[in-house]
Design a protein around this ligand. Structure first.
Ligand SMILES: O=C(O)CCC(=O)C(=O)O
Ligand SMILES: [Fe+2]
Length: 228
């Protein structure tokens, strides 16, 4: 699963994020990395106790809540509070694994299983050179660089990296989600079915028997596959 979700943030939200981040403190990104990824990671992050972390994190969570494509593709159960990172010239994140289990800060010990990773781009591709998010699998490497306000979601099972920045600065929000549907193939089937039902509802009608039956199939599959 590798899905591009355009326009997650409105232009006003994006401008607010950028202004707040331009005034924020930044610290070494290694603080939230696992043992292997700490060695590969060279970037900056807004510290977890900085007011901007909470305010912007809530803004991103609200944007996710209203995003039909995110909800259809990811079937989220829990999202860790979004983090904010920045790569200046020379910074990078070499190929690494994201930890399978992550604590939710200030939650009294709650943890999530990381099924889906997301990067929400906050700077335009024209503002930096390098900085592609690279997905590595047996078929090769895929490079991703999206407009500001757009997001990529991908299975956390994938090895990935961020190419070194050679000009400018790349800002993003990134976070992990535990899905109600652990299995990536099942998530993809539900997503495909949901997207086609949305298409059919527009071409037929909500109470067309074929539409009703497919909506029923969708919910019956959810009953079979969702863990809450
Ligand atoms: O900056 C990104 O797009 C990805 C960050 C990342 O892979 C991580 O923090 O584990
Ligand atoms: Fe990562």
């Amino acid at each position: 699963m590798l899905i591009h979700i355009p326009g997650v943030l409105t232009p006003e939200e994006l401008a607010f994020c950028r202004k707040t981040l331009s005034e924020a403190d930044w610290s070494d990104g290694k603080v939230t990395a696992g043992q292997q990824s700490a060695k590969a990671k060279q970037n900056l992050q807004v510290p977890l106790d900085h007011p901007a972390h909470r305010a912007l994190g809530d803004l991103v969570l609200r944007a996710l809540g209203r995003n039909m494509l995110f909800n259809s593709a990811v079937a989220p159960l829990r999202v860790v509070p979004p983090l904010f990172n920045r790569y200046d010239v020379g910074m990078r994140f070499d190929t690494h694994v994201d930890n399978a289990i992550r604590p939710i800060p200030n939650s009294g010990g709650m943890r999530i299983r990381t099924d889906v990773s997301s990067t929400l781009f906050l700077t335009e591709p024209s503002e930096y050179d390098g900085g592609e998010l690279m997905m590595h699998d047996a078929s090769g490497t895929q490079e991703i660089k999206l407009p500001a306000g757009d997001m990529i979601v991908y299975d956390t099972t994938l090895l990935h990296s961020v190419a070194p920045i050679t000009k400018g600065s790349r800002w993003a929000s990134f976070f992990w989600t535990q899905s109600m549907v652990r299995d990536s193939a099942r998530r993809q089937i539900l997503f495909d079915l949901d997207q086609n039902i949305i298409d059919l509802r527009q071409r037929l009608a909500d109470n067309d028997p074929a539409v009703l039956n497919l909506v029923n199939v969708y919910h019956n599959l959810m009953r079979q596959w969702c863990e809450l």
